[in-house]
Design a binder for this molecule. Structure first.
Ligand code: NDP
Length: 433
């Protein structure tokens, strides 16, 4: 806090992780202290901040700020998404980059932790304006990334269009055709299942968590927040597994559809038209649209926050508990506040933290990197099978780690410890850096 006073979200993420590492730190205290391991872990390898000037459709020059925080490459090249949203600042990018270290380690794949982005808002911009921004952003970022160095991906506001524009500019400047970004289109090195991966992976993990705790996902009512990439494919997989999704939201309001959310309609509204959820009623006249927030007040068995950080608050946790919700799994990064997480855990709700539950996206990105290196493309079934296998492993690794350290069922602690163990070993083995 003294070093980085304004980085509120970063402090929140570090606090959550360090608190839950207490049992493993206790066992290894002398070694970690001597090596200043935790002090080194919370200080990024480097953080890059740069100007992003671009010209809007009126001929006016606009200036945004770009960031890339390369946090830790102990177990592999830096990997993590690029967020384009007006709320982006260094504290948010650092929280995301820090979380990414443990998430990426948990996947079992060789990828380090990083995050980046800009306070640019793609919403309401023309394709030409988005292209102008992406070119300018990559004109600086290209100096710091590469297939064996740092491989950025999508995140909020960065979808296939933005990744395509950035890839084009990287190629133009560098003259190399390399797997420098993931989330690419299928015609130029993208992986099947990448689009679906975070949402699908979330449901694979939830299904396993329920099964191991004596529940069956079939017939369960699911509340989802968000209506972006993660939310859409979480909803699709939930239906495929026999559950029923009844809510989605965006930053203006939320939809309750008692008959079950129409995923095809959602795809048209959000993916094809880049529209708003106010349009959903056109497709489903019996649904309800409400302004503001309110998804967590709906009675559900499973809650999947899939929008953004700090969107599930203590009062929401209380509403979920009183409605007998059995499981919460984070599709988004840090959507649940610390007090809400604690309330859910102490009231018997199964709680899967984002760094485990939403790791399917980055895991599939790592599979995209493997395919690019091999210059091969795997089939949908092959990638999906690998994704499922990775998510089940993640669940069992975090569950086992929690049990090993005397906190059975505390998946927050389990995920942090399991992710941390490998990174700590690798950092110690590589000397002081
Ligand atoms: P998208 O941009 O596709 O969708 C984000 C959704 O969340 C939209 O519905 C958006 O509504 C809503 N949202 C964003 N900001 C806010 C806000 N401040 N308040 C309320 N709602 C908001 O992003 P993704 O689906 O890709 O990402 C969602 C979350 O999942 C993020 O936390 C991201 O870091 C995390 N994540 C994503 C992965 C991926 O593969 N995409 C991988 C792992 C984690 P609106 O349209 O109104 O802005």
């Amino acid at each position: 806090v003294r070093k980085n006073p304004a980085e509120q979200e970063f402090h929140q993420a570090v606090k959550e992780v360090l608190e839950s590492l207490r049992p493993i730190v206790k066992v290894n205290e002398a070694k970690y202290r001597k090596e200043a391991l935790l002090e080194r872990l919370v200080e990024p390898d480097r953080q890059i901040k740069f100007r992003v000037p671009w010209v809007d459709d009126k001929g006016q020059v606009q200036v945004n700020t770009g960031y890339r925080v390369q946090f830790n490459n102990a177990v592999g090249p830096y990997k993590g998404g690029l967020r384009l949203h007006p709320s982006v600042n260094i504290g948010i990018i650092k929280f995301l980059g820090f979380e990414q270290i443990f998430k990426n380690s948990l996947t079992g794949l060789p990828i380090g932790g990083a995050k980046g982005g800009s306070d640019f808002d793609p919403k309401g911009k023309s394709d030409r304006e988005v292209l102008a921004f992406c070119k300018s952003f990559m004109t600086e970022l290209y100096k710091y990334i590469g297939a064996d160095v740092d491989v950025p991906a999508g995140d909020i506001g960065t979808g296939a269009r933005e990744i395509g524009y950035m890839f084009g500019q990287f190629k133009k400047i560098k003259g190399t055709y390399e797997g420098v970004l993931t989330g690419k289109g299928l015609s130029y090195g993208g992986s099947l299942v990448r689009k679906e991966a975070t949402g699908y992976g979330l449901l694979y993990l939830v299904e396993e968590m329920l099964k191991c705790n004596g529940f069956d996902i079939t017939g369960k009512l699911v509340a989802i927040s968000g209506s972006g990439n993660v939310a859409i494919y979480a909803a699709q997989k939930a239906f495929q597994l026999g559950a029923k999704v009844i809510t989605v939201s965006d930053s203006n309001g939320w939809v309750y559809d008692p008959e079950g959310i129409d995923v095809a309609a959602l795809q048209i509204i959000k993916e094809e038209n880049r529209g708003r959820l106010t349009e959903y009623k056109k497709y489903r006249p019996n649904s309800e649209y409400h302004e503001g927030r309110g998804v967590w007040s709906v009675k559900c068995d499973i809650a999947l926050p899939c929008a953004t950080q700090n969107e599930l608050l203590l009062e929401d946790a209380k509403a979920l508990v009183s409605n007998h919700c059995i499981a919460v799994a984070e599709g988004a990064n840090m959507p649940t506040t610390l007090d809400a997480t604690e309330y859910l855990q102490t009231h018997g709700v199964l709680f899967a933290p984002g760094k485990a539950a939403n790791a399917g996206g980055v895991a599939t990105s790592a599979l995209e990197m493997s395919q690019n290196s091999e210059r091969l493309s795997w089939s949908f079934e092959e990638v999906d099978e690998k994704l499922k296998h990775i998510m089940l492993n993640i669940f069992h690794n975090m569950s086992d780690a929690a049990e090993r350290y005397g906190a059975k069922g505390n998946y927050v602690m389990g995920a942090n410890i399991a992710g941390f163990e490998k990174v700590a070993d690798a950092m110690i083995a590589q000397g002081i850096w």
